[in-house]
Design a protein around this ligand. Structure first.
Ligand SMILES: Nc1nc2c(ncn2[C@@H]2O[C@H](COP(=O)(O)OP(=O)(O)OP(=O)(O)O)[C@@H](O)[C@H]2O)c(=O)[nH]1
Ligand SMILES: [Mg+2]
Length: 234
């Protein structure tokens, strides 16, 4: 490749593909977080499913060409009267420390066959700070439970104000549907959405651009000093 081509590539806005992806699964109890973790990592038994997840668990695997880290968390209590234990809240907060230097995305699991209560979700998700929404993707689980003839778009349309509010909070209406069948393209589609978040969250200048600016500034300062030195000699 010519130097000019390399420069063009590093400065262009072409979507980049993260070689390493760090994710946290969050959601109400029994929404399928642990199952989703296994599906994402392409494993059957990394995370224990069908039993209550009591503590955060981290698992890693190579998925296609990416190194993927998934942190599974205990779910918060659902139902109107459900009160989440402090221990569970502490685990949710601690999940971030398990994927240093921080997650690329938070996957909020929502069952397609259950009503969403936005206030309840917000209360728990914002334990990680108000900025969480910029990293959140709604992950619809139990996709196989959608009513016959209803697709996910129709489900969202009929999901009411709470679901719409959540979608609005996840800038650009980011969501993904997970089904149980092992379909690699479904997972790749999810990773591409995470790539998009990483681009939006990327600092205004990347490291190559920063080096370029440092070299330019250095050259300007050197020229100024050289001029001053010449004037001093004359
Ligand atoms: N039909 C169907 N069942 C699912 C799906 N995902 C998970 N399940 C089942 O739902 C139950 C709960 O799944 P888990 O993955 O353990 O849910 P969880 O959110 O980790 O549960 P907690 O750790 O208790 O909060 C299990 O019996 C799963 O087999 C799905 O996509 N379709
Ligand atoms: Mg679990």
């Amino acid at each position: 490749l010519q130097v000019s081509e390399l420069a063009h590539q590093s400065f262009s806005k072409k979507p980049r593909r993260l070689p390493e992806v760090r994710l946290i699964l969050l959601g109400e109890r029994e929404t399928g977080k642990s199952s989703a973790g296994n599906t994402i990592l392409g494993k059957v038994d990394f995370f224990q499913t069908g039993v209550v997840t009591e503590e955060c668990v981290r698992q890693q695997a190579a998925v296609a060409t990416r190194q993927v880290t998934v942190v599974d968390t205990p779910g918060w209590e659902g139902g109107i009267a459900g009160t989440t234990l402090d221990r569970v809240k502490r685990e949710i907060v601690a999940s971030v420390a398990l994927c240093p230097p921080g997650p690329h995305a938070l996957l909020l699991t929502l069952r397609v066959d259950t009503l969403v209560r936005a206030g309840h979700v917000r209360e728990h998700l914002e334990l990680l700070g108000e900025g969480v929404w910029r990293h959140t993707i709604l992950l619809f689980t139990h996709g196989d439970q959608l009513r016959e003839g209803v697709d996910i778009k129709q489900h969202i349309q009929s999901g009411g104000r709470d679901l719409q509010w959540l979608l609005d909070m996840c800038k650009g209406g980011r969501y993904h549907v997970l089904t149980r069948d092992k379909n690699n393209s479904v997972i790749e589609g999810l990773f591409e959405k995470i790539d998009d978040i990483a681009i939006i969250m990327r600092p205004p200048i990347n490291s190559l651009q920063r080096n370029f600016l440092i070299i330019c500034s250095w050259n300007i300062v050197s020229l100024l000093f050289l001029n001053m030195y010449k004037q001093h000699l004359c």
